[in-house]
Design a protein around this ligand. Structure first.
Ligand code: PMP
Length: 333
């Protein structure tokens, strides 16, 4: 495997497909693929970091488990189990030639060219699994991690969980995210925050959201049509370790304007401060103290400079030494 330069992007030249590595150029689908017409795909976004002790994938097991959960909700019969998909991800990063990268597993309803089926009924179509990887810098911009981003509240409502379940990371959910994102960009904002169908704060188009009030962390509950974010979970665990109280509760739109601090969490966005909402300055209009404290610990954990809360095995080293293997096995017990 090697790295391919495509314009300004560095992309791993191989893609894992249904159990084998193929060339980037061969990873193509037919235009009559079910997923293209009916949105029948589920996917993940995972990061690998150049940690102390070598490149490590952050919370791989949890991401692959969420992928399989998403597939289960949509009755997709995946031929690979969590260990096999995790192993494929490890090999892609280990041999891909990038020290740090973003991994994109995707599972979708494909096309059986011998026995085509073009209707909505997904069952006749094969299930295809792919994993690609590339070097993806800071999602909301390099300076955003310190300066923060300007966001708006979207006029689009987050899809209710009884229409498209938020626990599943399905491609179709991202049509809603795209409406939110496009509206934000065209309005001169970096990102949009959606309210749920009851009018309470839900999440960004690709991030969970946290408020800081009087030193407490407040975040919408899973019932607010949010993706159960793995970064969200990591931040909650880190906050608890630091003795910061975390409250999961319904949040009114206006509470965003009045928060002391506000930040997004996500694999792509990591922990990104929000400095204004609807052009109303949040707190001091820059990264707040609690946000910085959480960011510092988060980056220490993902770069292997500090153990994860409760010594959890959050890092999967792609070139595991014998000592690391033992440490991971012990932590997993
Ligand atoms: N919500 C949405 C809609 C997302 O797309 C993402 C990114 N996967 C998140 C939240 C954050 O989830 P995670 O921390 O697991 O990346």
């Amino acid at each position: 495997m090697a790295v391919k330069d495509v314009n300004t992007m560095k992309i791993v030249s191989k893609i894992w497909r249904n159990g084998a590595f193929i060339d980037w150029d061969d990873a193509r689908v037919h235009v009559m693929t079910h997923a293209i017409h009916y949105g029948s795909s589920v996917f993940e976004g995972i990061r690998a970091y150049k940690a102390e002790g070598g490149t490590a994938i952050f919370r791989l097991t949890e991401h692959i488990q969420r992928l399989l959960n998403s597939a289960k909700v949509y009755r997709m019969d995946v031929k690979y189990n969590r260990a096999e998909l995790s192993q494929a991800a490890v090999e892609l990063v280990r041999d891909g030639g990038l020290d740090e990268c973003y991994l994109r597993p995707v599972i979708f309803r494909g096309l059986n060219e011998e026995k085509p089926a073009f209707g909505v009924n997904p069952f006749p179509n094969p299930i295809d699994c792919y994993i690609a990887a590339w070097d993806w810098g800071k999602y909301l911009g390099e300076e955003a991690l310190e300066a923060g981003v300007d966001v708006c509240v979207s006029s689009w409502t987050r899809t209710p969980a009884n229409s498209l379940p938020a626990v599943a990371k399905a491609g179709a959910n991202y049509m809603n995210s795209q409406l939110i994102k496009m509206e934000a960009i065209l309005g001169g904002f970096s990102e949009g925050i959606a309210l749920d169908d009851r009018g309470y704060v839900s999440e960004g188009s690709g991030e969970n959201i946290f408020l800081v009030n009087n030193g407490k962390l407040i975040t919408p509950p899973l019932g607010a049509s949010i993706l159960p974010g793995i970064t969200r979970d990591s931040v909650i665990a880190i906050a608890k370790e630091l003795g910061i109280e975390v409250v999961e509760t319904s949040i009114q739109r206006a509470a965003l304007y009045l928060a002391d601090e506000l930040f997004f969490t996500g694999t792509a966005a990591e922990i990104t401060p929000i400095r204004s909402v609807d052009r109303i300055t949040v707190g001091a209009g820059k990264r707040g103290e609690v946000t910085k404290q959480l960011q510092d610990v988060f980056f220490d954990v993902i770069y292997g400079r500090r153990p994860a809360p409760n010594n959890a095995a959050w890092l999967t080293y792609v070139n595991e030494s014998e000592e690391q293997k033992t440490a991971t096995a012990t932590a997993n017990e």
